[in-house]
Design a protein around this ligand. Sequence first.
Ligand SMILES: C[S@@+](CC[C@H](N)C(=O)[O-])C[C@H]1O[C@@H](n2cnc3c(N)ncnc32)[C@H](O)[C@@H]1O
Length: 230
Amino acid sequence: MTAPKDPAQNIAQSPTHLVHLEQRKQSGARLYSPTAGRNKGPIAQALAQHLPPNARVLEIASGTGEHGVAVCAARRDIIWMPSEIDTESRRSITDWASETNGQMHMPLALDMQNPDWPLDGSKTVLKADAIYNANMLHIAPIEAASGLAQGAARVLGEAGMLILYGPFLFAEKSAQSNLDFNERLKARNVLWGVRELELVKDIFAESSLALRETLAMPANNHCLIFTRRS
Ligand SMILES: C[S@@+](CC[C@H](N)C(=O)[O-])C[C@H]1O[C@@H](n2cnc3c(N)ncnc32)[C@H](O)[C@@H]1O
């Protein structure tokens, strides 16, 4: 008799944080995420329409690196600066970056639970026109969201924008699939969970970032576009 499939076998977790919830395929250093394979097209289309000309985009929690490659292909004028806390994923991003003719830089190692990122002593070492983060908020403690907001305020210029992609809860209008996903996440770790839009808005408002646009994406995901509150 075959043993029942253990759902935990799909979880890759470093000693400090969760890396992914699915089985990624691998060829050399290059990783393929089944989810990123499905959502990178719609994400690239949405970002291509909203990023300013010649934008320098900092990606937080780049995972395999596939989103960055897709956005670079859709917008040849931009520079993409990926970042990833996980070493194996950074190797994958470096490999994917070789396809982009220098548009995509080597990945930085940034941890959103370090509230001081990207400070080097008292100096901010990174500047970007846009920050993009997908699918991290629900599989990290809420401090990662606050850390992202605080660092974004240091990295972005006055006209900067921040784009979050992923599942979110919309109070009583939440999609059932996201409510179910929230339950599954919380059963694994009480600190995880699909975040309520109002909570996300409050966290980013504390760093003077205001929600300007909400884009509905496939499979009950959304892109949230924040800009500096004037
Ligand atoms: C589900 S994956 C999403 C990867 C990619 N953005 C995508 O959508 O395909 C979650 C990512 O969050 C990263 N992550 C988890 N905790 C983090 C933290 N504290 N700081 C930065 N990244 C973190 C993981 O390493 C992983 O790359």
